[in-house]
Design a protein around this ligand. Structure first.
Ligand code: HEC
Length: 135
């Protein structure tokens, strides 16, 4: 019994119920906002804003556990590819956050393009399959 209570407490600590970014759609809407900020910063040459937006993308909230289970059930082994797209977005945006102040303009552009390519690749491969099962 004590074990069960302990476990339930753990779940509640790990999954803040009703948090604003509580599902994949909200997380994606946040990414869209941050990516738009990133592009705007690139175009107006505001490196502080660029680094901040890249940091927000790199530290986006995690997909909640119950949705991760649904996605894993739908994708099976392909979950590895799904996770890989997420890792690419993470690595590139972290690079921009850490080095965006000193990168050359072509490097900034290439990194930003590669982030968009990873966002879009995951959408092309998985969005239509995953969206309906999360509703
Ligand atoms: C690992 C896969 C993956 C990556 C990487 C990814 N997305 Fe998504 N995205 C999804 C899925 C799946 C959905 C559908 C979610 C749903 O309908 O619940 C989605 C939906 C969206 C939506 C639509 C939200 C809505 O209101 O319907 C936007 C906007 C979006 N993503 C932006 C981005 C941006 C910007 C990035 C990169 C910075 C990104 N995504 C990276 C998988 C991904």
């Amino acid at each position: 019994m004590r074990k069960v209570v302990f476990f339930i407490t753990l779940i509640f600590l790990a999954v803040p119920v009703g948090a604003a970014e509580g599902n994949l759609k909200n997380i994606m809407q946040g990414l869209e906002r941050n990516f738009t900020q990133l592009v705007e910063a690139l175009l107006v040459g505001d490196r502080e804003q660029l680094v901040e937006a890249a940091g927000e993308i790199a530290q986006h909230p995690e997909i909640p556990g119950y949705q991760r289970v649904l996605i894993a059930e739908e994708l099976g082994e392909e979950i590895a590819q799904f996770a890989q797209f997420d890792r690419v977005v993470h690595t590139l945006s972290l690079g921009l956050q850490e080095k965006g102040l000193v990168m050359t303009e072509p490097e900034l552009l290439r990194n930003t393009q590669e982030i968009l390519a990873a966002c879009f690749s995951c959408h092309v491969a998985y969005k239509d399959r995953i969206s309906p099962i999360l509703e």
